[in-house]
Ligand binder design. Structure first.
Ligand code: NDP
Length: 490
């Protein structure tokens, strides 16, 4: 723990033991009076509890959001912007504490929370706070007969469901644009990582956001999440999570014709051509494979290497993997922390066993680490082909496969051989090939000679079973509003 947060952590610790819901500007207990245990991933010990909310809590939150909507949707953009910037400032003021609890709650290295999660939560609010000051709408002249122009208005109460891997980062990626354009919202964070969402409720209240604009209901996905997805007075749902859950959310939303955005799973390829700058490709591929224990939807879990450099690449990649420091997420020097839960640990170990039975070679790693908490060695597997389940299904852990390819056509067919299409990385110094391959890969994002280099203005989302719709920049502003065309006869 850093000295900077020692004093305040004691108070915050007391506060996070029992997390309340945040509804209509009040911190409240769930209607059921029941709570779900919150387990610390790096020790396996109980560290608190969160509301086991149900449809009654979701309904109360929706009512609070509906009540706040008329005034908030009419609030001037400049005032909404001011309040969002204030929230960003308060996140910045609480930076160390948010990073500490994000690491404690999710098992991610604190250095990553400081480098990625908390800065991005701030950036989300700043980005959308200022974006709404620069919006324009379209106009179309119909010869000399008419003027058409487009009005955009918020939709009402937005339902926002987010996962545990990037808790505050993804929660704010939804809340910020939803409320920036004048919606109110009910957010359901993952039951596994409630703490920074609880802290955000306090920040939102301290920033002076009117009660009911942001409501946060904690609880289990199949209960609280499902109630939100199906609620008749929630016309828009933004969901980030697994593909199977996304299908349930889509099914719940369909009978009400809700607007939905689904950011789902991935099985992302990382393609290394022989002419790549290997000095850069190796450290970046280590990051894209093992950052956040491989629990980032954008992690590159299938590495394809051109055969002429395959042997050399595997050797160097394995050497670099062995140098990763796995350990206490709260230590600044840790590279790889704990997996989120015991259930997830078992799933990841199950895939490593499957790799063995499918004929793969575990070149390094492959075991649970002998300590309390849910730690798995960073694992590299070779000798499997694209049709193996290990190369088809999302593992979402510190596990990568490396497979050789012989031609550009083969590399493209390998990359496109799964039902997913979220992101891809391509490493080559041949500019024409880079553009050709980028165009041929079925994925929502292609990085050339880099990974996770994000610009908040660009469209973000997945192809195939990795999602529906795009968020980011103008796409988020459009998603959270509804257009109306006005035609004026001249
Ligand atoms: P889940 O799909 O299990 O859960 C996501 C959220 O949905 C959680 O808040 C969960 O609640 C909730 N939920 C669960 N069941 C339902 C339901 N029936 N109705 C409504 N909501 C429900 O995903 P994980 O939390 O396990 O996150 C990992 C997955 O998220 C991976 O597949 C990963 O690829 C994907 N992901 C995708 C991203 C993208 O941008 N494409 C980014 C980050 C992650 P609870 O936690 O209480 O179960």
């Amino acid at each position: 723990m850093t000295t900077a947060i020692k004093g305040s952590t004691v108070a915050a610790m007391r506060d996070v033991v029992r997390v309340p819901n945040y509804i209509g500007g009040e911190f409240v207990a769930p209607a059921s009076g029941r709570y779900i245990d919150n387990i610390c991933p790096s020790t396996g010990e109980w560290m608190g509890e969160i509301p086991d909310s149900d449809d009654r809590d979701v309904d109360a939150a929706v009512q609070a959001a509906e009540k706040a909507f008329p005034a908030w949707s009419r609030t001037l953009a400049s005032e909404r912007s001011r309040l969002l910037l204030k929230i960003a400032d308060l996140i910045e003021q609480n930076f160390e504490m948010l990073a500490y609890f994000e690491s404690l709650d999710s098992g991610k290295p604190i250095s990553l929370a400081k480098r990625l999660d908390i800065p991005r939560a701030m950036a989300n609010f700043r980005f959308f706070a200022t974006a709404i000051l620069h919006q324009a709408s379209e106009a179309y002249m119909t010869d000399a007969a008419a003027l058409n122009y487009t009005l955009r208005r918020p939709l009402g109460v937005a339902g926002l469901i987010s996962p545990w891997n990037l808790p505050l980062y993804l929660l704010t990626w939804k809340i910020a644009p939803a409320i920036a354009v004048g919606n109110t919202c009910v957010a359901k964070p993952s039951e596994l990582t409630p703490i920074t969402a609880k802290m955000l409720s306090k920040i939102v209240a301290d920033a002076g956001l009117p009660p009911g604009v942001v409501n946060i209901v904690h609880g289990a996905g199949p209960k609280a999440g499902a109630a939100l997805a199906a609620h008749p007075n929630v016309p828009v749902i933004s969901f980030t999570g697994g593909t199977a859950t996304g299908a349930k959310v889509a099914a719940a939303a369909a009978p009400r014709f809700k607007k939905i955005s689904l950011e789902l799973g991935g099985k992302n390829p990382n393609v290394i051509f022989a002419d790549a700058d290997v000095e850069q490709a190796i450290p970046t591929s280590i990051q894209s494979s093992f950052a956040n224990q491989g629990e980032i939807c954008l992690c590159g879990s299938r590495i394809f290497v051109e055969r002429s450099i395959y042997k050399q690449f595997v050797e160097r990649f394995v050497e670099a993997t062995k140098r990763l420091r796995v350990g206490d997420p709260l230590e600044e020097s840790t590279d790889v922390g704990a997996l989120i839960s015991e259930a997830h640990l078992k799933k990841v170990l199950g895939y490593i066993d499957l790799a063995r039975s499918e004929g793969g070679t575990i070149v390094t790693g492959g075991h649970r680490i002998d300590r309390s908490g849910y730690f798995v060695e960073p694992t590299v597997i070779t000798g499997l082909t694209c049709d193996c389940r290990v190369l088809q299904e999302e593992i979402f852990g510190p596990v990568v496969t490396i497979t050789p390819f012989d031609s550009e056509e083969e590399a493209i067919s390998f990359t496109n051989s799964t039902r997913y299409g979220l992101s891809a990385s391509v490493w080559t110094r041949d500019l024409q090939r880079a553009h050709r391959v980028a165009a041929a890969i079925d994925s929502g994002t292609v990085w050339i000679n880099c990974w996770l280099l994000r610009d908040l203005r660009v469209p973000f989302g997945g192809m195939k079973e990795s999602g529906v719709g795009r968020e980011g920049g103008v796409d988020s502003l459009r998603f959270f509003t509804e257009e109306k065309n006005v035609c004026v006869k001249l």
